[in-house]
Ligand binder design. Sequence first.
Ligand code: ADP
Ligand code: MG
Length: 236
Amino acid sequence: SSLLDAYRCQHEITVTGEDIPAPYTTFESTEFPSEILREVHHAGFSAPTPIQAQSWPIALSGRDIVAIAKTGSGKTLGYLLPGFIHIKHLRNNSRMGPTVLVLSPTRELATQIQEEAVKFGRSSRISSACLYGGAPKGPQLRDMDRGVDVVVATPGRLNDILEMKRVSLRQVTYLVLDEADRMLDMGFEPQIRKIVNEIPPRRQTLMFTATWPKEVRKIAADLLVNPVQVNIGNID
Ligand code: ADP
Ligand code: MG
Protein backbone atom coordinates (compact mmCIF):
# COMPACT_ATOMS: atom_id res chain seq x y z
CA SER A 1 0.00 0.00 0.00
CA SER A 2 1.07 3.62 -0.32
CA LEU A 3 1.10 4.05 3.47
CA LEU A 4 3.51 1.16 3.73
CA ASP A 5 5.69 2.60 0.96
CA ALA A 6 5.70 5.95 2.75
CA TYR A 7 6.74 4.30 6.03
CA ARG A 8 9.56 2.41 4.35
CA CYS A 9 10.72 5.48 2.46
CA GLN A 10 10.69 7.74 5.52
CA HIS A 11 12.89 5.30 7.44
CA GLU A 12 15.06 4.32 4.47
CA ILE A 13 13.90 0.71 4.74
CA THR A 14 14.60 -1.76 1.96
CA VAL A 15 13.33 -5.31 2.27
CA THR A 16 14.09 -8.13 -0.12
CA GLY A 17 12.93 -11.74 -0.17
CA GLU A 18 9.82 -13.79 -0.83
CA ASP A 19 6.45 -13.11 0.86
CA ILE A 20 7.54 -10.20 3.01
CA PRO A 21 5.10 -9.51 5.85
CA ALA A 22 3.94 -5.94 6.52
CA PRO A 23 5.76 -4.10 9.35
CA TYR A 24 4.26 -3.58 12.80
CA THR A 25 4.36 0.19 13.02
CA THR A 26 2.69 0.26 16.46
CA PHE A 27 3.05 -1.96 19.52
CA GLU A 28 -0.68 -2.65 19.44
CA SER A 29 -0.38 -4.25 15.99
CA THR A 30 2.26 -6.71 17.18
CA GLU A 31 -0.17 -8.95 19.08
CA PHE A 32 2.58 -9.51 21.62
CA PRO A 33 1.25 -11.02 24.86
CA SER A 34 0.08 -8.41 27.37
CA GLU A 35 2.98 -9.07 29.76
CA ILE A 36 5.46 -8.14 27.03
CA LEU A 37 3.46 -5.06 25.99
CA ARG A 38 3.42 -4.00 29.63
CA GLU A 39 7.23 -4.18 29.76
CA VAL A 40 7.72 -2.04 26.64
CA HIS A 41 5.26 0.56 27.92
CA HIS A 42 6.97 0.46 31.31
CA ALA A 43 10.29 1.14 29.52
CA GLY A 44 8.68 4.27 28.07
CA PHE A 45 8.88 3.19 24.43
CA SER A 46 6.20 4.82 22.29
CA ALA A 47 6.64 2.90 19.02
CA PRO A 48 8.73 0.08 17.56
CA THR A 49 11.95 1.27 15.95
CA PRO A 50 12.05 0.73 12.15
CA ILE A 51 14.17 -2.40 12.51
CA GLN A 52 11.77 -3.80 15.10
CA ALA A 53 8.72 -2.91 13.00
CA GLN A 54 10.18 -4.79 10.12
CA SER A 55 11.89 -7.74 11.80
CA TRP A 56 9.18 -8.73 14.32
CA PRO A 57 6.62 -10.04 11.80
CA ILE A 58 9.37 -11.80 9.85
CA ALA A 59 10.85 -13.43 12.95
CA LEU A 60 7.40 -14.38 14.27
CA SER A 61 6.54 -16.04 10.97
CA GLY A 62 9.45 -18.41 11.52
CA ARG A 63 11.53 -17.07 8.64
CA ASP A 64 15.28 -16.56 8.64
CA ILE A 65 16.29 -12.93 8.58
CA VAL A 66 19.35 -10.86 7.92
CA ALA A 67 19.03 -7.35 9.27
CA ILE A 68 21.51 -4.65 8.44
CA ALA A 69 21.17 -1.60 10.66
CA LYS A 70 23.49 0.71 12.51
CA THR A 71 24.22 0.68 16.23
CA GLY A 72 21.50 2.10 18.44
CA SER A 73 18.61 1.08 16.19
CA GLY A 74 17.01 -1.30 18.70
CA LYS A 75 18.18 -4.61 17.26
CA THR A 76 18.33 -6.40 20.64
CA LEU A 77 14.58 -6.36 21.23
CA GLY A 78 14.21 -6.91 17.49
CA TYR A 79 15.29 -10.51 18.06
CA LEU A 80 14.65 -11.03 21.79
CA LEU A 81 10.90 -10.43 21.87
CA PRO A 82 10.08 -12.86 19.01
CA GLY A 83 12.52 -15.24 20.73
CA PHE A 84 10.43 -15.09 23.92
CA ILE A 85 7.28 -15.91 21.96
CA HIS A 86 9.12 -18.77 20.24
CA ILE A 87 9.97 -20.15 23.70
CA LYS A 88 6.40 -19.80 24.96
CA HIS A 89 5.10 -21.74 21.98
CA LEU A 90 7.57 -24.57 22.42
CA ARG A 91 7.26 -24.94 26.19
CA ASN A 92 10.42 -27.02 26.21
CA ASN A 93 11.98 -28.11 29.43
CA SER A 94 14.80 -25.59 29.88
CA ARG A 95 16.77 -28.20 31.83
CA MET A 96 17.32 -30.08 28.56
CA GLY A 97 19.22 -27.04 27.27
CA PRO A 98 18.45 -23.58 25.89
CA THR A 99 16.02 -23.08 22.98
CA VAL A 100 17.30 -19.59 22.13
CA LEU A 101 21.01 -18.94 21.62
CA VAL A 102 22.41 -15.45 21.00
CA LEU A 103 26.05 -15.15 19.93
CA SER A 104 27.69 -11.81 20.58
CA PRO A 105 31.28 -10.65 20.00
CA THR A 106 32.24 -9.26 23.41
CA ARG A 107 31.63 -9.74 27.10
CA GLU A 108 30.33 -6.18 27.37
CA LEU A 109 27.78 -6.59 24.59
CA ALA A 110 26.73 -10.05 25.78
CA THR A 111 26.12 -8.65 29.26
CA GLN A 112 23.97 -5.82 27.85
CA ILE A 113 21.87 -8.30 25.86
CA GLN A 114 21.47 -10.47 28.94
CA GLU A 115 20.28 -7.44 30.93
CA GLU A 116 17.60 -6.75 28.27
CA ALA A 117 16.61 -10.42 28.34
CA VAL A 118 16.18 -10.31 32.12
CA LYS A 119 14.31 -7.00 32.11
CA PHE A 120 11.90 -7.81 29.29
CA GLY A 121 11.61 -11.55 29.94
CA ARG A 122 10.95 -11.57 33.67
CA SER A 123 7.18 -11.18 33.50
CA SER A 124 7.01 -13.90 30.81
CA ARG A 125 9.04 -16.20 33.11
CA ILE A 126 11.87 -16.44 30.60
CA SER A 127 15.12 -17.55 32.22
CA SER A 128 18.45 -16.58 30.73
CA ALA A 129 22.17 -16.80 31.37
CA CYS A 130 25.31 -15.25 29.95
CA LEU A 131 28.59 -16.99 29.04
CA TYR A 132 31.73 -14.92 28.43
CA GLY A 133 35.47 -15.21 28.90
CA GLY A 134 37.65 -13.41 31.41
CA ALA A 135 35.52 -14.59 34.31
CA PRO A 136 35.44 -17.81 36.35
CA LYS A 137 33.53 -20.67 34.75
CA GLY A 138 31.95 -21.89 38.00
CA PRO A 139 28.87 -19.67 38.15
CA GLN A 140 28.32 -20.03 34.38
CA LEU A 141 28.47 -23.83 34.65
CA ARG A 142 25.98 -23.73 37.51
CA ASP A 143 23.62 -21.67 35.32
CA MET A 144 23.91 -24.36 32.62
CA ASP A 145 23.22 -27.12 35.17
CA ARG A 146 20.16 -25.23 36.45
CA GLY A 147 18.89 -24.90 32.87
CA VAL A 148 17.75 -21.72 31.12
CA ASP A 149 15.62 -20.81 28.11
CA VAL A 150 18.03 -18.25 26.64
CA VAL A 151 21.82 -18.38 26.51
CA VAL A 152 23.71 -15.24 25.46
CA ALA A 153 27.35 -16.13 24.78
CA THR A 154 30.62 -15.09 23.28
CA PRO A 155 31.82 -17.82 20.88
CA GLY A 156 35.05 -18.64 22.72
CA ARG A 157 33.57 -19.30 26.14
CA LEU A 158 30.59 -21.19 24.73
CA ASN A 159 32.98 -23.53 22.90
CA ASP A 160 34.93 -24.10 26.13
CA ILE A 161 31.74 -25.07 27.93
CA LEU A 162 30.61 -27.24 25.01
CA GLU A 163 33.92 -29.10 25.14
CA MET A 164 33.35 -29.72 28.84
CA LYS A 165 29.96 -31.21 27.87
CA ARG A 166 28.22 -28.97 30.37
CA VAL A 167 25.61 -27.64 27.94
CA SER A 168 23.75 -29.16 25.01
CA LEU A 169 22.63 -27.13 22.01
CA ARG A 170 20.34 -29.91 20.74
CA GLN A 171 17.23 -27.97 21.87
CA VAL A 172 18.24 -24.71 20.17
CA THR A 173 15.69 -23.80 17.50
CA TYR A 174 16.24 -20.02 17.42
CA LEU A 175 19.80 -18.90 16.74
CA VAL A 176 20.83 -15.24 16.68
CA LEU A 177 24.17 -14.02 15.34
CA ASP A 178 24.35 -10.49 16.71
CA GLU A 179 27.00 -8.07 15.40
CA ALA A 180 28.00 -10.72 12.86
CA ASP A 181 30.43 -8.38 11.14
CA ARG A 182 32.29 -7.71 14.37
CA MET A 183 32.42 -11.39 15.29
CA LEU A 184 34.04 -12.13 11.92
CA ASP A 185 36.46 -9.18 12.29
CA MET A 186 37.51 -10.66 15.62
CA GLY A 187 38.29 -14.00 13.99
CA PHE A 188 35.36 -15.95 15.49
CA GLU A 189 34.26 -17.59 12.25
CA PRO A 190 35.72 -21.06 13.02
CA GLN A 191 34.21 -20.91 16.52
CA ILE A 192 30.81 -19.90 15.13
CA ARG A 193 30.84 -22.76 12.64
CA LYS A 194 31.77 -25.22 15.40
CA ILE A 195 28.87 -24.01 17.52
CA VAL A 196 26.39 -24.14 14.64
CA ASN A 197 27.42 -27.76 14.01
CA GLU A 198 26.07 -28.58 17.49
CA ILE A 199 22.64 -27.15 16.64
CA PRO A 200 20.11 -29.25 14.72
CA PRO A 201 19.58 -27.87 11.20
CA ARG A 202 15.83 -27.46 11.77
CA ARG A 203 16.19 -24.05 13.34
CA GLN A 204 15.42 -20.42 12.68
CA THR A 205 18.51 -18.28 12.14
CA LEU A 206 18.60 -14.50 12.57
CA MET A 207 21.64 -12.45 11.63
CA PHE A 208 22.15 -8.84 12.69
CA THR A 209 25.00 -6.76 11.37
CA ALA A 210 25.94 -3.11 10.97
CA THR A 211 27.79 -3.67 7.68
CA TRP A 212 27.42 -6.09 4.77
CA PRO A 213 30.87 -7.01 3.43
CA LYS A 214 31.48 -10.19 1.45
CA GLU A 215 32.65 -12.24 4.47
CA VAL A 216 29.32 -11.60 6.18
CA ARG A 217 27.42 -12.33 2.96
CA LYS A 218 29.28 -15.64 2.70
CA ILE A 219 28.45 -16.88 6.20
CA ALA A 220 24.85 -15.69 5.77
CA ALA A 221 24.60 -17.73 2.57
CA ASP A 222 25.95 -20.77 4.44
CA LEU A 223 23.83 -20.54 7.60
CA LEU A 224 20.52 -18.95 6.59
CA VAL A 225 17.75 -20.51 4.53
CA ASN A 226 15.71 -18.32 2.20
CA PRO A 227 16.11 -15.26 4.45
CA VAL A 228 14.28 -11.99 4.26
CA GLN A 229 16.85 -9.20 4.15
CA VAL A 230 16.07 -5.92 5.86
CA ASN A 231 18.25 -2.85 5.38
CA ILE A 232 17.71 0.27 7.44
CA GLY A 233 19.52 3.35 6.15
CA ASN A 234 22.13 3.38 3.45
CA ILE A 235 24.62 0.54 3.34
CA ASP A 236 27.73 0.15 1.25
P1 ADP B 1 21.46 -1.90 18.65
O1 ADP B 1 21.62 -3.33 19.06
O2 ADP B 1 20.78 -1.75 17.33
O3 ADP B 1 22.74 -1.13 18.72
P2 ADP B 1 19.97 -1.65 21.09
O4 ADP B 1 19.12 -2.84 20.96
O5 ADP B 1 21.13 -1.75 22.02
O6 ADP B 1 20.49 -1.17 19.67
O7 ADP B 1 19.02 -0.44 21.50
C1 ADP B 1 19.51 0.87 21.70
C2 ADP B 1 18.69 1.56 22.78
O8 ADP B 1 17.36 1.80 22.32
C3 ADP B 1 18.55 0.76 24.06
O9 ADP B 1 18.72 1.60 25.16
C4 ADP B 1 17.11 0.25 24.01
O10 ADP B 1 16.58 0.01 25.29
C5 ADP B 1 16.41 1.36 23.29
N1 ADP B 1 15.20 0.93 22.57
C6 ADP B 1 14.95 -0.30 22.05
N2 ADP B 1 13.74 -0.32 21.47
C7 ADP B 1 13.21 0.91 21.60
C8 ADP B 1 11.96 1.51 21.20
N3 ADP B 1 11.05 0.81 20.51
N4 ADP B 1 11.75 2.80 21.50
C9 ADP B 1 12.69 3.51 22.19
N5 ADP B 1 13.87 3.02 22.60
C10 ADP B 1 14.14 1.72 22.31
MG1 MG C 1 23.24 -4.55 19.40
